[in-house]
Design a binder for this molecule. Structure first.
Ligand SMILES: NC(=O)c1ccc[n+]([C@@H]2O[C@H](COP(=O)([O-])OP(=O)(O)OC[C@H]3O[C@@H](n4cnc5c(N)ncnc54)[C@H](OP(=O)(O)O)[C@@H]3O)[C@@H](O)[C@H]2O)c1
Length: 258
Protein backbone atom coordinates (compact mmCIF):
# COMPACT_ATOMS: atom_id res chain seq x y z
CA UNK A 1 0.00 0.00 0.00
CA UNK A 2 1.38 3.42 -0.98
CA UNK A 3 0.17 6.71 0.39
CA UNK A 4 -1.42 9.24 -1.91
CA UNK A 5 0.05 12.50 -3.17
CA UNK A 6 -1.69 15.67 -4.32
CA UNK A 7 -1.61 15.83 -8.11
CA UNK A 8 -3.21 19.27 -8.36
CA UNK A 9 -3.07 21.91 -5.62
CA UNK A 10 -5.67 24.15 -7.29
CA UNK A 11 -8.68 24.60 -4.99
CA UNK A 12 -7.12 22.46 -2.21
CA UNK A 13 -7.71 23.77 1.32
CA UNK A 14 -4.27 24.16 2.89
CA UNK A 15 -3.58 25.30 6.46
CA UNK A 16 -0.02 26.62 6.80
CA UNK A 17 1.15 27.18 10.34
CA UNK A 18 4.32 29.28 10.39
CA UNK A 19 3.39 31.11 7.20
CA UNK A 20 4.76 34.56 8.06
CA UNK A 21 8.40 34.07 7.05
CA UNK A 22 11.07 31.79 5.64
CA UNK A 23 10.08 28.32 4.42
CA UNK A 24 6.42 28.72 5.40
CA UNK A 25 6.08 32.03 3.55
CA UNK A 26 7.72 30.54 0.44
CA UNK A 27 5.30 27.57 0.58
CA UNK A 28 2.35 29.97 0.98
CA UNK A 29 3.40 32.04 -2.04
CA UNK A 30 3.94 28.95 -4.18
CA UNK A 31 0.61 27.38 -3.18
CA UNK A 32 -1.30 30.61 -3.81
CA UNK A 33 0.24 30.80 -7.28
CA UNK A 34 -0.91 27.21 -7.90
CA UNK A 35 -4.49 28.23 -7.02
CA UNK A 36 -4.76 26.61 -3.58
CA UNK A 37 -6.89 28.11 -0.82
CA UNK A 38 -4.49 28.92 1.99
CA UNK A 39 -5.26 29.58 5.64
CA UNK A 40 -2.28 31.54 6.96
CA UNK A 41 -1.28 31.15 10.60
CA UNK A 42 1.52 32.37 12.88
CA UNK A 43 1.80 35.15 15.48
CA UNK A 44 2.66 38.17 13.26
CA UNK A 45 -0.68 39.11 11.70
CA UNK A 46 0.68 41.99 9.58
CA UNK A 47 3.09 39.63 7.80
CA UNK A 48 0.23 37.22 7.05
CA UNK A 49 -1.85 40.11 5.67
CA UNK A 50 1.03 41.12 3.37
CA UNK A 51 1.14 37.61 1.89
CA UNK A 52 -2.65 37.51 1.48
CA UNK A 53 -2.58 40.78 -0.50
CA UNK A 54 -0.86 38.97 -3.37
CA UNK A 55 -3.84 36.59 -3.81
CA UNK A 56 -7.58 36.77 -4.48
CA UNK A 57 -9.54 37.62 -1.29
CA UNK A 58 -11.49 34.34 -1.32
CA UNK A 59 -8.22 32.38 -1.60
CA UNK A 60 -6.95 33.14 1.91
CA UNK A 61 -7.94 33.17 5.56
CA UNK A 62 -5.81 35.01 8.08
CA UNK A 63 -5.77 33.14 11.35
CA UNK A 64 -3.12 34.47 13.73
CA UNK A 65 -2.17 32.10 16.49
CA UNK A 66 0.56 31.03 18.85
CA UNK A 67 1.15 27.28 18.50
CA UNK A 68 1.76 26.96 22.24
CA UNK A 69 -1.78 28.10 23.07
CA UNK A 70 -4.31 25.30 22.68
CA UNK A 71 -7.36 27.61 22.58
CA UNK A 72 -5.93 29.65 19.67
CA UNK A 73 -5.18 26.48 17.69
CA UNK A 74 -8.72 25.17 18.22
CA UNK A 75 -10.44 28.41 17.28
CA UNK A 76 -8.32 28.84 14.12
CA UNK A 77 -9.33 25.32 13.08
CA UNK A 78 -13.01 26.04 13.83
CA UNK A 79 -12.71 29.13 11.63
CA UNK A 80 -11.44 27.01 8.70
CA UNK A 81 -14.27 24.50 9.17
CA UNK A 82 -16.84 27.31 9.22
CA UNK A 83 -15.47 28.93 6.05
CA UNK A 84 -14.19 26.01 4.00
CA UNK A 85 -15.65 22.88 5.61
CA UNK A 86 -12.34 21.08 6.13
CA UNK A 87 -8.59 20.88 5.58
CA UNK A 88 -7.02 18.91 2.71
CA UNK A 89 -3.43 19.61 3.74
CA UNK A 90 -2.06 20.65 7.11
CA UNK A 91 1.42 22.06 6.52
CA UNK A 92 3.07 22.67 9.88
CA UNK A 93 6.24 24.69 9.33
CA UNK A 94 6.51 26.81 12.46
CA UNK A 95 9.56 26.33 14.64
CA UNK A 96 12.01 28.07 16.97
CA UNK A 97 15.73 27.61 17.49
CA UNK A 98 17.87 28.90 20.31
CA UNK A 99 21.43 27.53 20.37
CA UNK A 100 21.87 25.69 23.67
CA UNK A 101 24.96 23.97 24.98
CA UNK A 102 25.80 22.46 28.36
CA UNK A 103 27.30 25.72 29.62
CA UNK A 104 24.19 27.81 28.88
CA UNK A 105 21.51 25.14 29.18
CA UNK A 106 18.32 26.90 30.22
CA UNK A 107 15.33 24.82 31.21
CA UNK A 108 12.89 27.64 30.41
CA UNK A 109 14.13 27.85 26.79
CA UNK A 110 14.08 24.04 26.60
CA UNK A 111 10.44 23.99 27.74
CA UNK A 112 9.50 26.69 25.21
CA UNK A 113 11.28 24.81 22.41
CA UNK A 114 9.58 21.49 23.12
CA UNK A 115 6.24 23.27 23.51
CA UNK A 116 6.55 25.13 20.18
CA UNK A 117 8.35 22.49 18.08
CA UNK A 118 6.85 19.23 19.33
CA UNK A 119 3.62 19.92 21.23
CA UNK A 120 2.71 22.65 18.67
CA UNK A 121 2.49 20.18 15.77
CA UNK A 122 0.68 17.70 18.03
CA UNK A 123 -1.96 20.36 18.81
CA UNK A 124 -2.48 21.04 15.10
CA UNK A 125 -2.65 17.34 14.24
CA UNK A 126 -5.16 16.76 17.07
CA UNK A 127 -7.35 19.46 15.52
CA UNK A 128 -7.42 18.07 11.97
CA UNK A 129 -7.37 14.32 12.68
CA UNK A 130 -11.07 13.72 13.43
CA UNK A 131 -12.17 15.31 10.11
CA UNK A 132 -9.51 13.51 8.06
CA UNK A 133 -10.30 10.14 9.67
CA UNK A 134 -14.00 10.65 9.04
CA UNK A 135 -13.40 11.51 5.36
CA UNK A 136 -10.63 8.90 4.89
CA UNK A 137 -8.68 11.64 3.11
CA UNK A 138 -6.18 14.38 3.80
CA UNK A 139 -2.50 15.14 4.20
CA UNK A 140 -0.45 15.97 7.28
CA UNK A 141 2.96 17.47 6.54
CA UNK A 142 5.30 18.49 9.35
CA UNK A 143 8.63 20.26 9.05
CA UNK A 144 11.23 18.67 11.31
CA UNK A 145 14.95 18.96 10.59
CA UNK A 146 17.99 16.89 9.76
CA UNK A 147 19.05 17.97 13.27
CA UNK A 148 16.56 15.36 14.49
CA UNK A 149 18.44 12.45 12.88
CA UNK A 150 21.02 12.21 15.65
CA UNK A 151 22.72 14.49 18.18
CA UNK A 152 24.48 17.58 16.84
CA UNK A 153 26.29 20.29 18.81
CA UNK A 154 24.48 23.46 20.02
CA UNK A 155 21.04 21.86 19.81
CA UNK A 156 20.33 20.60 23.34
CA UNK A 157 16.61 21.43 23.08
CA UNK A 158 16.11 21.92 19.32
CA UNK A 159 17.63 18.51 18.47
CA UNK A 160 15.36 16.53 20.81
CA UNK A 161 12.30 18.52 19.65
CA UNK A 162 13.04 17.60 16.01
CA UNK A 163 13.94 13.98 16.86
CA UNK A 164 10.48 13.84 18.45
CA UNK A 165 8.92 15.00 15.17
CA UNK A 166 10.55 12.11 13.31
CA UNK A 167 9.16 9.58 15.79
CA UNK A 168 5.74 11.29 15.81
CA UNK A 169 5.49 11.16 11.99
CA UNK A 170 6.68 7.54 11.82
CA UNK A 171 4.15 6.51 14.46
CA UNK A 172 1.30 8.45 12.81
CA UNK A 173 2.09 6.76 9.50
CA UNK A 174 1.15 3.28 10.81
CA UNK A 175 -2.31 4.45 11.83
CA UNK A 176 -3.08 6.80 8.95
CA UNK A 177 -1.92 4.81 5.91
CA UNK A 178 -4.81 2.29 6.13
CA UNK A 179 -7.21 5.21 6.67
CA UNK A 180 -6.28 6.99 3.42
CA UNK A 181 -4.58 9.91 5.20
CA UNK A 182 -1.02 10.73 4.07
CA UNK A 183 1.84 11.76 6.34
CA UNK A 184 4.78 13.77 5.00
CA UNK A 185 7.82 14.12 7.24
CA UNK A 186 9.95 17.02 6.05
CA UNK A 187 13.62 17.26 7.01
CA UNK A 188 15.41 20.30 5.59
CA UNK A 189 19.15 20.94 5.73
CA UNK A 190 20.31 24.57 5.84
CA UNK A 191 17.87 27.08 4.31
CA UNK A 192 18.55 30.84 4.12
CA UNK A 193 15.83 32.42 6.31
CA UNK A 194 15.50 34.86 9.22
CA UNK A 195 16.22 31.93 11.54
CA UNK A 196 19.60 31.09 9.98
CA UNK A 197 20.63 34.69 9.24
CA UNK A 198 22.05 34.79 12.80
CA UNK A 199 24.40 31.82 12.19
CA UNK A 200 28.04 32.87 12.49
CA UNK A 201 29.44 29.97 10.45
CA UNK A 202 29.39 28.94 6.81
CA UNK A 203 26.35 26.75 6.28
CA UNK A 204 27.06 23.75 4.02
CA UNK A 205 24.75 23.13 1.04
CA UNK A 206 22.67 26.23 1.88
CA UNK A 207 19.54 26.60 -0.29
CA UNK A 208 16.91 29.35 -0.62
CA UNK A 209 13.46 29.26 0.96
CA UNK A 210 11.93 29.06 -2.54
CA UNK A 211 14.04 25.98 -3.32
CA UNK A 212 12.93 24.43 -0.01
CA UNK A 213 9.27 25.14 -0.85
CA UNK A 214 9.67 23.55 -4.26
CA UNK A 215 11.21 20.39 -2.68
CA UNK A 216 8.36 20.24 -0.15
CA UNK A 217 5.55 20.65 -2.69
CA UNK A 218 7.13 18.19 -5.09
CA UNK A 219 7.46 15.59 -2.29
CA UNK A 220 3.82 16.07 -1.26
CA UNK A 221 2.75 15.86 -4.89
CA UNK A 222 4.46 12.45 -5.17
CA UNK A 223 3.03 11.20 -1.88
CA UNK A 224 6.47 10.83 -0.26
CA UNK A 225 6.66 10.10 3.46
CA UNK A 226 10.33 11.09 3.85
CA UNK A 227 10.93 14.47 2.20
CA UNK A 228 14.53 15.52 2.86
CA UNK A 229 16.74 18.03 1.09
CA UNK A 230 19.16 19.06 -0.26
CA UNK A 231 20.03 15.40 -0.81
CA UNK A 232 23.80 16.03 -0.92
CA UNK A 233 23.58 17.15 2.72
CA UNK A 234 20.60 15.23 4.13
CA UNK A 235 21.85 12.02 2.45
CA UNK A 236 25.26 12.47 4.09
CA UNK A 237 23.65 12.93 7.54
CA UNK A 238 21.45 9.88 6.98
CA UNK A 239 24.62 7.90 6.28
CA UNK A 240 26.35 9.26 9.42
CA UNK A 241 23.58 8.07 11.71
CA UNK A 242 24.09 4.43 10.75
CA UNK A 243 27.75 4.54 11.76
CA UNK A 244 28.95 3.24 15.15
CA UNK A 245 28.99 6.04 17.76
CA UNK A 246 32.80 6.45 18.07
CA UNK A 247 33.05 7.04 14.31
CA UNK A 248 29.93 9.24 14.24
CA UNK A 249 31.20 11.51 17.06
CA UNK A 250 34.67 11.68 15.51
CA UNK A 251 33.30 12.81 12.12
CA UNK A 252 30.91 15.40 13.61
CA UNK A 253 33.71 16.85 15.76
CA UNK A 254 35.90 17.11 12.66
CA UNK A 255 33.26 18.84 10.52
CA UNK A 256 31.61 21.09 13.09
CA UNK A 257 33.61 23.74 14.91
CA UNK A 258 32.84 22.84 18.54
N1 LIG B 1 16.20 27.43 7.97
C1 LIG B 1 16.80 26.26 8.15
O1 LIG B 1 17.99 26.09 7.85
C2 LIG B 1 16.03 25.09 8.70
C3 LIG B 1 16.64 23.83 8.67
C4 LIG B 1 15.95 22.73 9.17
C5 LIG B 1 14.67 22.91 9.66
N2 LIG B 1 14.10 24.14 9.67
C6 LIG B 1 12.74 24.25 10.21
O2 LIG B 1 11.94 24.90 9.26
C7 LIG B 1 10.86 25.59 9.91
C8 LIG B 1 10.78 27.02 9.41
O3 LIG B 1 11.97 27.68 9.75
P1 LIG B 1 12.51 28.96 8.97
O4 LIG B 1 13.95 28.76 8.78
O5 LIG B 1 11.65 29.25 7.80
O6 LIG B 1 12.37 30.05 10.12
P2 LIG B 1 11.66 31.46 10.24
O7 LIG B 1 11.82 32.26 9.01
O8 LIG B 1 12.15 32.01 11.53
O9 LIG B 1 10.11 31.05 10.37
C9 LIG B 1 9.60 30.50 11.53
C10 LIG B 1 8.08 30.55 11.44
O10 LIG B 1 7.54 29.95 12.62
C11 LIG B 1 6.59 30.85 13.18
N3 LIG B 1 6.54 30.66 14.63
C12 LIG B 1 7.58 30.54 15.49
N4 LIG B 1 7.12 30.37 16.74
C13 LIG B 1 5.76 30.37 16.66
C14 LIG B 1 4.71 30.24 17.61
N5 LIG B 1 4.98 30.07 18.92
N6 LIG B 1 3.44 30.27 17.18
C15 LIG B 1 3.16 30.44 15.86
N7 LIG B 1 4.10 30.56 14.91
C16 LIG B 1 5.39 30.54 15.32
C17 LIG B 1 7.09 32.24 12.79
O11 LIG B 1 6.03 33.16 12.77
P3 LIG B 1 5.70 34.29 13.86
O12 LIG B 1 6.99 34.80 14.38
O13 LIG B 1 4.91 35.28 13.06
O14 LIG B 1 4.87 33.61 14.89
C18 LIG B 1 7.55 31.97 11.37
O15 LIG B 1 6.46 32.01 10.49
C19 LIG B 1 11.14 25.45 11.41
O16 LIG B 1 10.39 24.40 11.94
C20 LIG B 1 12.63 25.12 11.45
O17 LIG B 1 12.98 24.41 12.62
C21 LIG B 1 14.74 25.24 9.20
Amino acid sequence: MKQLGIDNFSGKRVWIIGASSGIGEACANALLKLGAKVALSSRRQERLEQIARTAKPEQTLILPLDVTIQGQMTSAHQNILKNWGGVDLLLFVSGMYVPLRADNFDIYIAEQTIDANLLGPMRAVAAVLPGMLREHAGHIAIVGSVAGYSGLPKALAYGPSKAGIINFCETLYYDLLPQGVSVHMISPGFVATEATAQNDFEMPALITADQAASEILSGIEKGEFDIHFPKRFSGFLKFLRILPYPLYFWIVRRFVKI
